[in-house]
Write a protein that binds this ligand. Sequence first.
Ligand SMILES: C[S@@+](CC[C@H](N)C(=O)[O-])C[C@H]1O[C@@H](n2cnc3c(N)ncnc32)[C@H](O)[C@@H]1O
Length: 221
Amino acid sequence: MDSTGATCDTWRMRGLTRLLWMEQNRHPGDRQRLFAAVHETVQASQVLYPGSFVDVAPSFVSPSVTYVDTDQRAVRFFADTAGVDEIIAENRESVFDTTWRFLDADYESPLDVPQGGIDLLISLYTGFVSEHCTDYLAPGGFLLVNPSHGDVAMASIDPRYRLAAVVRCRSGCYTVDDANLDTYLVPKKSTDLTADFLHTTGRGIPYTKSPFAYLFQHLND
Ligand SMILES: C[S@@+](CC[C@H](N)C(=O)[O-])C[C@H]1O[C@@H](n2cnc3c(N)ncnc32)[C@H](O)[C@@H]1O
């Protein structure tokens, strides 16, 4: 035990936490820039991030984030609460009270999250989050989604959503743009887009324009 009371096990755990974060943050600051650009537009106070793995960058800008994943490396990472707090404290954009929690859970099953209590739902490289988690989103709340696993296409045919903006990335800088939205989500080939089709392919469809991500707004019921 050292003078701070930390044991060898604590230091081993802290080392693993750092390694996982360094790998996640291999393009330094990339996710921080993404979430900062989105936060400027959306100002979400309650964020839900299913399939987060160890991407804690939303906590650098948002006051309350719930992370969800089943991967055992993520479970170990978030179990080191002091290590995660340290990473957040080192990176957050300004000093503000921030809370986070981690659910070792399958986002396709009911989560311990209040229905309608979330302002921003994040779906990045993770599957059909919009299909399973939209009920947690408040009316008027936003879904940040990228196209890689088909969730953009899924949200585009979900009557609970409307496209509100796109997130573009140029040379590592992210911008949120709500102009000319009718020129996005135009398929390159005509496709009979259904949820079954997307479940079968597990992928998105090619569009004539390819922004990094999209912001959909959850419509009032
Ligand atoms: C490719 S990683 C993406 C991680 C992170 N979203 C990012 O963009 O860096 C996908 C993550 O989603 C998690 N995942 C996939 N399906 C899941 C499910 N049904 N419930 C919880 N986590 C899931 C995996 O365990 C994995 O950590």
